[in-house]
Design a protein around this ligand. Sequence first.
Ligand code: HEM
Ligand code: HEM
Length: 233
Amino acid sequence: MSDPDTHLTPNDGSGKRVMHRVLVWDLPTRVFHWLLVLLVVLAFVTAEMGGTVMQYHMWNGGGILVLVLFRVLWGFLGGTPSRFATFMRGPRKVFGYARSLLGKGHESYLGHNPMGAWSIVAMLTTLLIQAGTGLFANDDILTEGPLFHLVSKDTSDWLTRIHLINQNILIGLVAIHIGAIVFYWVVKRENLILPMITGHKKWHEAVDSVGGSPVKALLLAATLAVVVYFVIY
Ligand code: HEM
Ligand code: HEM
């Protein structure tokens, strides 16, 4: 039997391509993604502006923290393709996939491919470190993260350094992420952006892909927002 997640046989035996419209990214995953893009851009804009705008930088960073925590939990509670158990794969699959990219065709995955999966884990981890260190950071002038008072000035300075170094790692990962999407579009002729907007992908077989409930997602996000607000402020 073929792996329902992997594109192996794109025809029905008669030589004719039979494609199905399959749900890949449920609404909560898509809203998460585009909100995250917006807030990460705003994080850099507000940090660049500095001064009193840093207050917005910190609220905005709290929003990113909520989003990332949401996505981690959604990786267990969300729709099938959004679950870590669906898309996380070991080194053998990652190297096999990387090798397939060198050829003319390549293994196609309904959700994240094995390399993309690790880059997403790296981005989520980097974002968590960025938001986490920001809570304790200070700029020696007028901005102190909301949990600054819980640590010594030395520890805060150390966490601030990590906050400032880690931003470059984040920029690097986002550049690779966008570069990869352009690569698939231009070289592999695969548009990954459209499914992140519409939620659906044309697939060679009818996969019964279950999306996560938007109501459940809303409750989860609201709970996380309240928890983050009360823990931080
Ligand atoms: C992922 C989200 C975040 C990103 C991308 C980010 C990015 C940045 C950047 C680029 C700077 C450097 C500004 C400069 O050039 O001086 C900065 C500074 C700072 N950030 Fe964040 N930040 C994030 C989250 C947070 C959060 C959640 C907080 C606190 C609630 C926070 C608090 C601070 C503080 C206090 C500084 C001043 C440190 C300094 O300039 O020495 N940040 N942030
Ligand atoms: C600040 C910038 C960005 C960040 C932090 C970011 C982060 C992420 C994350 C965390 C995911 C995983 C989604 C999930 O499973 O929930 C993802 C997937 C994706 N992102 Fe982004 N993203 C950024 C910018 C962009 C931009 C500008 C585009 C489009 C031009 C884009 C297109 C996509 C696509 C198409 C996927 C799905 C990839 C696949 O099919 O495996 N992202 N991104």
